[in-house]
Design a binder for this molecule. Structure first.
Ligand SMILES: [Zn+2]
Length: 271
């Protein structure tokens, strides 16, 4: 590969020699040895690389999206579990109150039994008062039980609704998941196809050009080419000098942008 400074036809001294992309201030020329520069192939290569990059980015996100769907399905069923827990709590409270009522009834029986043996009116009245208070506690607990039974009916409805909603959501989300898995397969196939195209294209490009392309690809975020539009490098926006433009139009050598170091080419209307 031969490099020379644009401003001089003579190769500069070794310490001053140009390295592609590292020479701000003046463009770098790289001339192929007895080879034409086929910008279309380089552009195709960059297009393939760009497409592969975009697909790879989409593919990278898919596992997380699938995980999100699973989490979403789980969340839908959490409402069911929560309502079922509420019902269990409700039934537990009811059983506790029923047991309390049995205890109080046992006390009342005891008081009633004691009534037969009392000696004074005062004792009799005191026992009657105890019985009355105990009975009122039973009434209160029975009211609470009725209220909890009504509440249990509501919770039962809630469970049914939550189950219906969760199952509907699960059906929809499972379809989304299937679609995503299908899309993943399609994109993987597409990437394989593009990679094969790329592998077939690279040997058709003169080695020094594909080597330069790969070098710049690594340092320029996968975009080694930049079209010149309206006399500007379309990536870094630096103005291209008229003399360089003429060289570019001739398409006989590779010229790197003096600012961003990318391979410049004149964008044709058809491409
Ligand atoms: Zn540039």
């Amino acid at each position: 590969m031969q490099c020379r400074a644009y401003s001089s036809a003579v190769e500069p001294p070794a310490h001053n020699r140009l390295v592609p992309g590292s020479n701000p201030g003046r463009p770098t020329f790289i001339r192929g040895k007895d080879v034409d520069i086929d910008f279309n192939k380089l552009i195709n290569l960059q297009n393939l690389d760009e497409e592969i990059k975009q697909i790879t980015l989409i593919l990278k996100k898919i596992p997380l999206q699938l995980k999100d769907i699973d989490i979403n399905i789980e969340t839908q069923f959490q409402a069911v579990t929560q309502a079922q827990d509420n019902l269990a709590q409700n039934q537990k409270k009811r059983r506790t109150r029923e047991a309390d009522i049995q205890d109080i009834k046992a006390h009342i029986d005891k008081y009633k039994h004691q009534l037969g043996g009392v000696k004074t009116n005062k004792e009799y009245s005191a026992l009657l008062k105890e019985i009355e208070e105990a009975q009122s506690k039973i009434d209160q607990k029975e009211e609470e039980i009725i209220s909890e039974m009504l509440n249990a009916d509501d919770i039962g409805d809630e469970i049914q609704k939550a189950e219906l909603k969760a199952n509907e959501a699960k059906e929809k989300l499972s379809k989304d998941k299937e679609a995503l898995i299908f899309k993943k397969k399609e994109l993987e196939e597409k990437n394989k196809e593009l990679t094969l195209k790329k592998e077939a294209l690279i040997p058709l490009i003169p080695k020094e050009q594909s080597k330069l392309y790969l070098e710049i690809f690594k340092t320029k975020n996968g975009i080694p080419l930049s079209p010149v539009t309206d006399d500007f490098c379309s990536i870094c926006q630096i103005r291209i000098r008229p003399q360089v433009l003429n060289e570019l139009k001739a398409e006989t050598q590779i010229i790197l942008c003096e600012n961003c170091g990318r391979i410049l080419y004149i964008k044709k209307k058809s491409s």
